[in-house]
Ligand binder design. Structure first.
Ligand SMILES: [Zn+2]
Length: 115
């Protein structure tokens, strides 16, 4: 159910921006979501439709761009994209396991389209 609280947050921000910009209708919301952020796009849209009812964001389309997960090696500093389906938390250059996830948990509103 965490999509619901996330979408509530997003709705608040979007309505805020819409109001400031004098929007009559919000048509599309573009989100950047890290590969490790556990969001199911279909659910995100479903929850959004539910909570945005009777607001200017009603029927806005949620578009989600997934950002790749990137690890950085603490030993040699090299960075690499990782496939979360075959996740090896190991440096590809020096095989060190001292790696950290530097990208992949983002959740941000990239842009809002309104009329
Ligand atoms: Zn390394």
């Amino acid at each position: 159910m965490h999509e619901l609280s996330i979408m509530k947050n997003i709705l608040e921000i979007v309505l805020d921006h819409g109001q400031q910009a004098g929007a009559e209708k919000i048509s599309r919301i573009n989100l950047n979501v890290g590969a490790f952020t556990d969001i199911v796009p279909r659910w995100a849209q479903g929850y959004f439709d539910m909570i945005a009812k009777d607001t200017i964001a009603e029927k806005a389309e949620i578009h989600i761009d997934t950002l790749p997960a990137v690890i950085k090696c603490r030993s040699c500093g090299s960075e690499a994209q990782v496939d979360i389906a075959h996740l090896h938390m190991e440096c590809g250059s020096c095989q060190s396991k001292q790696v950290e996830l530097i990208s992949g948990r983002e959740l941000r509103i990239e842009s809002i389209e309104f009329e």
